[in-house]
Design a protein around this ligand. Structure first.
Ligand code: AHR
Length: 659
């Protein structure tokens, strides 16, 4: 969970815009022949959690909210409507005895010959529809009496009809019916009217509207612009489904992957823990439909070329909430879930869970290599449960690497205890989280330089620089340049220590501008648009310019980690013979730098450059101004093995030299 920081604005400004000598040319030496530790292919990844409407109302492209009437208030997001003197009624029926996963449906009775009676759905803070795009409506229905016909209309914010279609001929048994329309205009705040005509009664469930153009055209798919933004990060891994959402406020509301696979109509909806987590940001309409479930996460990982990293509940609910634990002698279900997940991801199609994967459309294995045991757990109760997981998983799947918790903070008693205990246990990865002020990131650029090389590897699983709140109405303003710059400086330290820190991910990933609970976040969106924050571009710059091996870069004989407000790391790509040098200037003045490429190899005569900069510490990108801070391309000549360059004030620079 988030720690709140109260750094003063003055402290923040001092920390980032440090004092430097503008005149002196800073000399960086890159030892191009000293190929150091390998940088894992999965080094820079993404952290996905269903927070801020990231899944339902976000990445999951479903436009109808509460499509199966399972929210705590079954008619939430729905409203009764009539047209031309029509009349009718809706009764919510609970068939929990025979269908525990999807107990409720709506019984709609049309009472008059004339006009129509209907239900309108508001969408997720409206529905985003695009001109000339196709939308696919579907519904589960059965006819009880009469000959009811359904008329579907998409309606814009100004009541303009944007598209319509009809359905009829419902049978007396449940069946799925589909119809499509093409939208006449773009609207961010449209809604859906589902009208029923002709006297009679129908039962309905799973009322759905999807864009035809989902990411890679998949049915039950993902919102294309958001998935494309994820793909453009070239992530090495994707961690899912969280975060605290894994733990649940209590064990009953923990994330259970088995309830998120198979037919979407059989996935049991639960409340989203972020519905109630923050009183000042409550979201009564936030639930987990699990339309985006574990199959879809694995599919996404596959589609964007990222290693899947699922995190599973370890028999512990969130320790900030109920802190419930399952008795140690009753953790079998939890451990079995973990074992079965490996079978679901990797198992032969003739196994139970591998067969389900195949039936869902992916007979090929998903090639799962790692898994997290719990999220931000702490104390002895965690270690005790982790040991049980490790014993069972390592016995059956010795090649699966396990990610373990180091608690919610980057230091302190909980952290020290877990580091010591899990090192004794020879844990594969420790998951460290830091939501801290920009100043902390600068001070910690050398955090890993002296970490134990023989201990567990580190997964910097959740981090973001948090600035102190100021009065600003834009949702996106917490993603100011000052935070991204500090993260970039810190990330040079992660890269330099890639032998210890083998994976890292910013958190959280996605946030709806009208429905967020937590910020900053990497990508903001509304119902039509999305924007990469400056922090997004920092992540992208590091991920797209990774290299395969660390090479040393020195200033005055020492690692470059803050002296004169300069931070640097370098890598060589052994496959492409490209040298990549990252230099971050956190000061508010330009700095002359000479980069000396020392080594036997012959660099080509020119270098290319990517720069991210702003002279305004508090600049940020918004949906309407998405490119205020965005990468700029450049380059120059190399003379006698040296790059002479001027670092822009407050800039992140990547120099690429081919050998
Ligand atoms: O990223 C938001 C939350 O921060 C995560 O759910 C949790 O793991 C951390 O406290």
């Amino acid at each position: 969970m988030k720690k709140l920081f109260t750094y003063t604005l003055a402290a923040l400004l001092c920390s980032v815009g440090g004092v430097v000598s503008a005149q002196r040319v800073k000399k960086l030496s890159v030892l191009t022949d000293s190929l150091g530790p390998a940088i894992p292919a999965a080094m820079w990844g993404i952290f996905f959690e269903d927070i801020n409407f990231a899944a339902d109302g976000g990445l999951y492209a479903e436009l109808v909210k509460n499509r199966s009437f399972e929210f705590a208030k079954p008619m939430m997001a729905w409203k009764e409507i009539t047209k031309d003197g029509g009349a009718g009624s809706t009764l919510i029926i609970n068939r929990g005895e025979t269908n525990a996963n999807n107990p409720r449906f709506a019984r709609v009775s049309v009472k008059k010959d004339k006009g129509s009676y209907g239900l309108a759905n508001e969408g997720f803070r409206g529905m985003g529809l695009f001109k000339d795009k196709q939308y696919n409506f579907s519904i589960l229905a059965r006819q009880l009496s009469g000959n009811v016909k359904i008329h579907i209309e998409a309606v814009g914010a100004n009541n303009e009809k944007l598209g319509e279609t009809d359905l009829q001929g419902f049978k007396s048994d449940w069946g799925k019916y589909t119809a499509s329309f093409t939208c006449k205009a773009t609207d961010a705040k449209a809604h859906l009217n589902v009208y029923f005509e002709n006297p009679g009664t129908v039962d309905i469930d799973m009322v759905s509207l999807f864009p035809q153009d989902t990411y890679k055209g998949r049915a039950n798919g993902l919102r294309a612009d958001l998935a494309e933004k994820l793909a453009a990060l070239k992530p090495g891994f994707i961690r899912f489904p969280g975060g605290c959402i894994v733990e649940g406020r209590d064990l009953a509301n923990r994330y259970q992957w088995k309830k998120t696979v198979g037919d979407i109509a059989d996935r049991e909806l639960i409340i989203n823990r972020w519905n109630t987590e923050f009183a000042n940001r409550s979201a009564p309409d936030y639930f987990q439909s699990y339309g985006l479930g574990f199959f879809e996460y694995f599919q996404l990982a596959d589609d964007i070329g990222a290693e899947p990293l699922p995190i599973l509940n370890c028999g512990m609910a969130c320790q900030y909430n109920t802190a419930e634990v399952a008795p140690v002698d009753q953790t079998d279900t939890y451990i079995q879930d973990a074992l079965d997940l490996v079978e679901f991801a990797n198992g032969d199609v003739n196994t139970k869970w591998g067969g389900l994967r195949a039936a869902m459309g992916h007979p090929k294995p998903f090639n799962l290599k790692m898994m997290g045991v719990g999220n931000e757990q702490w104390d002895a109760q965690y270690v005790e449960r982790y040991k049980l997981f490790a014993k069972a998983l390592k016995a059956k799947y010795p090649n699966i690497k396990l990610v373990t918790s180091s608690g919610p903070s980057p230091d302190g008693d909980k952290f020290d205890y877990l580091h010591a205990e899990l090192t004794k246990e020879k844990a594969d990865f420790l998951d460290e989280h830091y939501y801290q002020a920009p100043e902390w990131f600068l001070k910690n650029a050398q955090r890993y330089d002296n970490y134990d090389r023989s201990g567990p590897k580190i997964f910097a699983g959740e981090y973001a620089a948090h600035i102190k709140d100021t009065k600003n109405n834009d949702a996106e303003y917490k993603n100011t340049w000052i935070s991204a710059l500090a993260e970039a400086a810190f990330m040079t330290g992660l890269e330099r220590n890639a032998d210890v820190v083998q994976m890292a991910s910013y958190a959280p990933l996605l946030a709806h501008v009208d429905a967020w609970q937590w910020r900053p976040d990497l990508i903001w969106f509304d119902n039509l648009r999305s924007v990469g924050t400056p922090n997004y571009y920092v992540q992208q710059i590091f991920s797209a310019n990774k290299g395969t091996n660390v090479v040393p870069v020195k200033m005055d004989g020492a690692v470059v980690a803050g002296k004169d407000s300069i931070y640097s790391s370098a890598s060589m790509d052994a496959a492409t013979h490209q040298l990549i040098i990252k230099v971050v200037n956190t000061s508010s003045v330009a700095q002359s730098v000479q980069i000396d490429l020392q080594g036997k190899g012959k660099p080509q005569k020119v270098y290319s450059q990517v720069t991210l900069s702003s002279t305004d510490k508090f600049a940020y990108n918004t949906l309407s101004e998405p490119q205020k801070i965005a990468p700029q391309q450049g380059g120059g000549g190399i003379q006698a093995g040296k790059i002479n360059t001027s670092l822009l004030p407050m800039s992140v620079n990547v120099y690429k030299v081919n050998y």
